[in-house]
Design a protein around this ligand. Structure first.
Ligand code: FE2
Ligand code: FE2
Length: 380
């Protein structure tokens, strides 16, 4: 991210983030929309969403400060998917609640250290849920690595954070939740109204079925999808009256040997799942966590995304707008200054490579995807 720039784009909105602003009397302008930044602190990071833009239109982003005017970016708003808007939902991933430092070379820590309930992982998760709620999400999917190491205190904090969400919450586990010496947090979650089943679950929203699977294997970092789970996920996605959104914590490796860090689901297990999902319901979007980065690809004709963590750079949540003829994904940075200050700090990890690698391209984070028109699609 440069000093100031576009991070997320929608059909009628854009999120602009900055590391610091020189003065408090700045105004951001795009199209006919301008937003005064007078409530933002000079010298601190911030973000703002400009709403009410024309869809499918090129825009110049202009910053006005002290009578001066300069272009700070250009972007094109998305064309919405075809048909009426049916619902919105959101995802968060890789909360790692209980984590006290991030990465290597350098390892970054929050100084001065705060108590766990005020630490960066909790702050980012709470802010993500608040922003997704304000965006209009009617359900929240949490894609695993809820905790840093599955300790009871960490589960208590996760349960409080997710239990406070005003919308229904559907979650799966990640490898961090099942490390050696971790405890089973399901009873603690259940006390806060969050259920976590052994089997994949599905939830029907208008126009789409959310299907949440489980790829975490106790005491292992790598993911797995056995035949029973594959058949269950495919049956649930194929049984949707409309489209499907299928999520697992681990991504499916593209190569027959582990090709990326952290390791995902071996290709021999994951590829048959993706192939079968495409055959069962071509109107399916598959989304993973685990890598803490933002990517988008196509597997067997399906749109497949990875979305980053709430608590390390860029520090995001994802929103999905479901239309009759497709789905729109937006990834937004979590924007309270005390979250941005932390996630900006984590850019330095791996000699600064993390800050370049994790965000992905704007077109990988924010896009409209039209369902293929054939029997089994959302248009039936
Ligand atoms: Fe993670
Ligand atoms: Fe993970």
């Amino acid at each position: 991210m440069n000093e100031i720039g576009v991070f997320g784009v929608e059909d009628t909105a854009v999120q602009v983030c900055w590391e610091s602003l020189p003065a408090a009397d700045a105004v951001l302008r795009a199209g006919d929309v301008d937003v005064p930044l007078d409530h933002h602190d000079p010298g601190r990071p911030g973000a703002v969403v400009l709403e009410g833009l024309a869809p499918d239109t090129d825009h110049e982003l202009v910053l006005e400060v002290g009578g001066g005017r300069r272009a700070v970016g250009a972007f094109r708003t998305l064309a919405p998917p075809p048909g009426r808007l049916l619902c919105r939902f959101a995802t968060i991933s890789d909360l790692h609640i209980g984590e006290r430092g991030f990465g290597l070379l350098p390892r970054v820590r929050e100084l001065p250290a705060r108590p766990p309930e005020e630490g960066y992982a909790v702050r980012c998760a709470r802010a993500a849920i608040a922003e997704a709620t304000a965006w209009g999400a009617q359900a929240l999917v949490v894609k695993g690595d809820l905790t840093f190491s599955g300790r009871p205190k960490q589960w208590e904090l996760v349960a409080e954070v997710l239990g406070d969400a005003p919308m229904p919450v559907h979650t799966t586990l990640g490898n961090h939740d099942v490390v050696p010496k971790s405890t089973d947090g399901r009873d603690i979650l259940a006390r806060h109204g969050i259920s976590l089943a052994d089997e994949p679950v599905s939830v029907d929203l208008p126009g789409i079925r959310l299907v949440v699977g489980h790829s975490a294997v106790p005491r292992r970092s790598v993911g797995a999808v056995d035949r029973h789970q594959r058949e269950t996920l495919v049956r649930l996605a194929g049984g949707s009256a409309g489209a499907a959104f299928v999520t697992l914590h681990h991504y499916v490796d593209r190569l027959p040997v582990p090709s990326r860090y952290p390791a995902g689901i071996p290709k021999r297990e994951g590829e048959p799942l993706l192939r079968a999902l495409a055959q069962a319901n071509a109107a399916t979007l598959v989304s993973f966590g685990h890598t803490h980065r933002n990517r988008r690809g196509t597997r067997h004709g399906l749109a497949v995304t990875e979305v980053g963590s709430t608590k390390d750079y860029p520090g995001v949540w994802a929103g999905y707008a479901v239309h009759e003829g497709g789905i729109r994904q937006v990834v937004r940075r979590i924007s309270p200054p005390d979250c941005l200050e932390w996630t900006d700090k984590t850019r330095r990890v791996l000699g600064g490579f993390w800050g370049l690698w994790a965000p992905g391209r704007l077109t990988s984070r924010c896009f409209s995807h039209q369902w293929p028109a054939h029997p089994g699609s959302a248009q039936r």
